[in-house]
Each structure stands twice: as C-alpha cells, then as structure tokens.
Design a protein around this ligand. Structure first.
Ligand code: DTR
Ligand code: CA
Ligand code: ZN
Ligand code: ZN
Length: 445
C-alpha cells in the first residue's frame, strides 16, 4: 500500500475486462505441455549488502543497550528489546517468525527463528548469530555485528524476492554467552526428521573486530570453500579459524551432523606480525581489545571487515541455497494464462489449473511458477491450494515491499497431495491503493 501516494492505475476498461473474466470464472483450460522441465535454477549472484544498513542496525542495538542498563544480556530487558527490534523488521519484510522460549540461569531466554516462504522444505539452509551480549556491555561486535549482518542479508532476500531452490531459515540465538544455551536448546528440540532436512548452518559471531583478521571455519569443506573463494575474489587472504573450535553456535549443529561453517574476525587473541603484514592493523594487539568489555560499543567496529563479511555471508547464502540437483525428468507443465483481476484490498481471487493424466501424488519439490502484475507487491498474499483444499503459503504480505510484480518460482512439498485434480493459485490484496492481476501461472511436476 502506498502511503499518501496515488498508485499508477491500469486503464479502467482493461481492469473491467479482466475483472469480468474473474467473475465468470473464465479459466483457460490447463494447457498440458509435456515438455522439457526447466533447468535447475542457476545460483543467482548475491546483491551487495550495504554496510550502512548493517551499521544502522548496530546503532539501534547500541541505543537499546543504552536504554536498558548498558547491556543486552540474557534475561535482561535489553535482550528482549533486541529480539523485538529484529522481529519487527522481519515481520514487515514478509518472514514467518517464531519466538522460541527457554529458561537458563533462572531467567527466560528467546531464540528468534525466521522462515522465508518457499523453497524445498527437505533442503533447509540456515544462517544464524547470537543476539545476546555479555552483561558488561552493549556487545556491538560480539555479537551485534553477526546479528546485524544476518538481519540485513535476510532483508536483502526479501527486497529481491529471492526464491532459491532450498528453503531459507534465519536464526538469532539467546544466551550464547552462557554456553551456547539458545542454539543448543533449538537443536535439542528439533525433531530428528527436521534435523535431517538441514543442508547446512552458517554461523556469524564477531565479524567486525577493530583489529580484524579474516578467519573461515574449517568444518564443512563445501561451505569453507564457498567463503574462501569469495575472499579470494576480493584478494583478501584468509586463515582457518583457530581461536577455539566449537566456541559458538555452530557447535550444537555440528554435534548432530549438520554441515556447518562461518566467519570470524577474532576476539582476545593477539594479531601476529605476519597477520598484520597481510591484513593491516596492529601486530601485538588483540583482534578485539574490547572483547567482553564495556567498550564493545558502536565505536568498536571495523567498517571494512563488517562490510566484507556481510557481503561474504550473502554470497554464501545465495550460492548454497541454489540446488545443483538434476532438473525433474518427467516435468509435465500445466499452465493457465487467463488474466484474473485482483481487487484492491478485497476478497481473494483464484486461478485454476486442472491437472489430469498423472498417477499418484504430487512431488516433494512441486514448482509453482507465478507471474502476477501488481504495483506494491507487499500488499499481496499468495497461496497454492491443492485439489483437496489444502493451502500452501507461497508469499506473505510485507508492508515495506514497494516493488512491483511477483514473477518467480516457488517450490512446494506437495507429496501429501494427489496430483490429479484442480489446483488453484489464490491471491489476495490485503492493503488499499494498488491493483493488479494474475497474468499467468504454471505447475511443473
Ligand atoms: N565464544 C564467542 C567468541 C569466540 C571465541 N572463539 C571463537 C571462534 C569462533 C566464533 C566465535 C568465537 C563469544 O564470546 O561469543
Ligand atoms: Ca557491502
Ligand atoms: Zn562473547
Ligand atoms: Zn559471540
């Protein structure tokens, strides 16, 4: 919905004609084109993550700490205020967020989990950071830096309406400083079937250290190479993270066999002369002299390191979420090209596709290609409705997404649904001002 702006409107005649088609239910017959399936999505290039945006989140976290006793520690008001800040950004961007509560040291803690609708639910790529600080300070490098970079990357996914093959899940952990409590609670309470769906977990804990080093976790080789290749592209040498294996939130995931990786710019260890030679900074000084101290404020950040690591995080998330798997072999494609008008802030409309001639159930990676022309696409909620009426959320509304059109492919685990029958794309415009229509959509089995 445009605040105090007039949306560009399609000509009244065109809208009327299209609306009539919707009312009469003039659905084009499903064109059954047994043809070559779309090739596997190539990995799209990640966008640049504006370091100014990341620093803006750090400024907010600093303000929160300042307003709440100077810290964002577990069980303190500053931590919950940090969670509320991050959650509000994600809700506005169309994420499905969940607060997971736990108790540690007699205080309530929270993990914030954010799922981006779409992608193969059997292949979930996670990225996370601990959001708590120590009680002695604001924790801007440790770990506002990782939290802000993961947040801004998640917002970049929303801005791009990125629809990778894999499902994306982002997480902000509580009580890491007490001993990885929040992430351990999450993993321990994740059903085994859900754990097996995790294709990887990327951890970002201290990625803006003032006297920065560029360390890459040496756990999963594919994830490690993804990060190292990125930095090689910047001609920035990297080293294997050595300041303490397993000392952050990737450890619980690694302990149950999930491939893990991550980035680190150093904490209390001292930068050597050789390291200063290749990275700059000061030899003989800790990577972060304010580690776990009250001086870990917004002035305790190396902007270049924060920028490079935020961009590296986005690169890894874009790259590792594009599945290099084989395209479907029997990719029958069913299409409906009839325009269906979407009433402004009105009732949901549907566009049907009659699927015939198939046997058994739909696949676990049913591809739903949509082409919806609509200004301010954040107004739109989009669902796939199976022949038996089961609804699968493809897109949530996102009040801040002012871009036009939803032209993308979602992947749905429809293995519980009979393939044959009438499937429907259901679209609703939930905010005033801005209109559009379903231009076409298709199912690829
Ligand atoms: N335990 C982290 C800081 C830390 C120390 N070594 C590593 C290695 C990899 C990631 C993080 C760390 C903390 O204090 O939050
Ligand atoms: Ca950047
Ligand atoms: Zn710490
Ligand atoms: Zn940390």
């Amino acid at each position: 919905m445009r605040p105090n702006r007039f949306a560009l409107r399609r000509s009244a005649a065109a809208v009327t004609a299209v609306a009539l088609a919707a009312v009469l239910g003039a659905a084009a017959p499903a064109v059954h084109a047994a043809g070559t399936a779309p090739s596997a999505a190539a990995a799209a290039a990640a966008p640049d993550i504006p370091v100014a945006n990341v620093k803006a989140h750090l400024t907010q976290l600093q303000s929160i700490a300042t307003a709440n006793g100077g810290n964002r520690g577990h069980g303190r008001p500053g931590y919950k205020a940090s969670v509320d800040y991050v959650k509000a950004k994600l809700d506005a961007a169309g994420y499905t967020t969940t607060l997971q509560q736990f108790t540690a040291s007699g205080a309530v803690g929270y993990n914030l989990i954010a799922d981006w609708p779409g992608g193969d639910p059997d292949q979930v790529l996670m990225a996370g950071a601990h959001l708590d600080s120590v009680s002695s300070g604001a924790g801007i490098n440790d770990n506002g830096s990782g939290s802000a970079a993961v947040l801004e990357t998640a917002l970049a996914v929303s801005r791009a309406q990125y629809q990778p093959d894999k499902h994306l899940r982002f997480a902000w952990w509580g009580a890491e400083e007490l001993g990885l409590i929040g992430s351990r609670h999450y993993v321990n309470n994740l059903p085994t079937t859900e754990r097996s769906r995790l294709s990887g977990y990327l951890n970002f804990d201290m990625i803006g250290s003032p006297n920065a080093g560029y360390f890459v976790y040496d756990d999963d080789p594919v994830i490690e190479k993804t990060f190292k290749d990125y930095f090689a592209g910047l001609s920035v040498p990297t080293e294997i993270e050595t300041e303490g294996d397993g000392r952050s939130d990737h450890a619980p995931f690694k302990n149950v066999g999930v491939p893990v990786g991550g980035l680190f710019t150093g904490a209390g260890y001292t930068k050597s002369a050789a390291q200063a030679q290749k990275w700059g900074g000061t030899a003989g000084q800790a990577f972060d002299r304010c580690y776990h101290s009250s001086c870990d404020t917004t002035s305790n950040i190396n902007d270049t390191a924060l920028d490079r690591n935020s961009d590296a995080a986005a690169h890894a998330i874009w790259t590792l979420s594009a599945d290099a798997g084989e395209p479907p072999t029997d990719g029958d494609v069913f299409t409906n090209t009839a325009d269906v008008a979407i009433p402004d802030a009105g009732a949901a409309v549907t566009s049907p596709i009659a699927v015939t001639g198939r046997t058994g159930n739909a696949p676990s990676a049913l591809r739903v290609g949509v082409d919806i022309k609509h200004t301010w696409r954040g107004d739109l909620v989009v669902d796939l409705v199976a022949p038996d009426g089961s609804a699968y959320r493809l897109k949530n509304s996102s009040s801040g997404d002012s871009a036009d059109n939803v032209i993308t492919t979602y992947t749905v685990n429809a293995s519980g649904e009979a393939a044959n029958g009438t499937w429907r794309l259901r679209v609703q415009d939930v905010a005033r001002q801005d209109t559009g229509y379903v231009d076409s959509w298709k199912l690829t089995f």
